[in-house]
Write a protein that binds this ligand. Structure first.
Ligand code: NAP
Length: 310
């Protein structure tokens, strides 16, 4: 049986910051992640808004954060999917897809989330054949081609701008007339001659043969189409909050609700980063969440240990 003081599910910035702090506080700490360490950092090319790093590759920052946590003795199990998280008495039980069971006094949920699907015909069929959710991963496959980006938030506008490194033209198709993205990102995209915004437009279908050829959308009741080599979809994010076998309070979008110390509705379980209901999903806020949860978890474990000794 593998027993820990703290198990952290998810090895993005929130989870790695929490791990660094709990390990430094001499707590036996494990980070489990279903993929490589880094979380959404691995879907970000350049990070320019993390204090102290004017410009750093997302993948480099992920490596640095992983190495930093390891330096303090954190055990890391990457490519190790978690099946479910349960509570037995005061013990937090993490069951892995492999069948192994892990126990901890405290659990920090830092599993982030996944892109939301557009749910139109052709999306699933052409996934990996022109439909993508990651500009950094797939952009280079579309050199010299025209592309469509769907969405009007920060991700759509920022990634659309990034894709012009490769594409001859990028259409950003958004369902409303107003963009949700931050003005600084919108201004940058508007200044980019390769970007054209297609607003008030509802994507209806992605069409092709071997690969994507056409994206069809409705504008003002009229069906229109664009010939593109790829469709990049950035219509939001679905938090990975369904691993819990116990009920943990969450909002309508599935984001876990916490108090100001990142404590969830279940004693001994904290939630940090993109899986948590909060204003923004930034590296700096994720790291702050992780730090707060680590300190709170450490205090909780001290209380448990004191009670056991009494
Ligand atoms: P988001 O802010 O939730 O935006 C999602 C966009 O997709 C919205 O414009 C939304 O339209 C549209 N949308 C949602 N469902 C749709 C559907 N079924 N059909 C068509 N359009 C649909 O998501 P995000 O851009 O992925 O960003 C997620 C979080 O990460 C945000 O907090 C964001 O600030 C952060 N982020 C920050 C940066 C940065 O600071 N550089 C970069 C990327 C992401 P409506 O506007 O009409 O609702």
């Amino acid at each position: 049986m593998n027993e820990y003081d703290v198990i952290i599910v998810g090895g993005g910035p929130a989870g790695l910051a929490a791990a660094l702090y709990t390990a430094r506080m001499d707590l036996k700490t494990l980070v489990v992640d279903r993929g490589p360490l880094g979380g959404q950092l691995l879907n970000t090319e350049l990070v320019e808004d993390y204090p102290g790093f004017e410009s750093v590759l997302g993948s480099d920052l992920a490596l640095k954060m992983g190495d930093h946590a390891r330096k303090f003795g954190v055990e890391i199990r990457d490519f190790e999917p978690v099946k479910e998280i349960d509570v037995e008495g005061s013990t937090k039980v993490v069951r892995l897809e492999s069948g192994e069971e892990l126990h901890a006094r405290a659990l920090i949920m830092a599993a982030g989330g996944l892109p939301r699907y557009l749910q139109v015909p052709g999306e699933k069929e052409f996934w990996g054949r022109g439909v993508s959710y990651c500009a950094v991963c797939d952009g280079a496959f579309f050199k010299g081609q025209e592309l469509a980006v769907v969405g009007g938030g920060d991700a759509a506008v920022e990634e659309g701008d990034f894709l012009t490194r490769y594409a001859s033209k990028v259409y950003i198709i958004h369902r409303r007339n107003e963009l949700r993205a931050q003005p600084i990102l919108v201004d940058r995209a508007r200044a980019n001659p390769k970007i054209e915004f297609v607003l008030d437009a509802h994507v209806k279908e992605i069409v092709g043969d071997e690969k994507v050829q056409i994206v069809r959308y409705d504008k003002g009741g009229e069906t229109r189409e664009l010939r593109v080599g790829g469709v990049f979809i950035f219509v939001g994010f679905v938090p990975n909050s369904t691993l819990f076998k116990v009920h943990v309070d969450h909002d309508a979008g599935g984001y876990i609700l916490t108090d100001r110390n990142m404590q969830t509705s279940v004693e001994g379980i904290w939630a940090v980063g993109d899986v948590r209901a909060q204003l923004t999903k930034q590296i700096a806020t994720a790291v702050g969440d992780g730090t707060t949860a680590a300190v709170a978890a450490s205090m909780y474990i001290t209380t448990l240990k004191d009670a056991a000794r009494a």
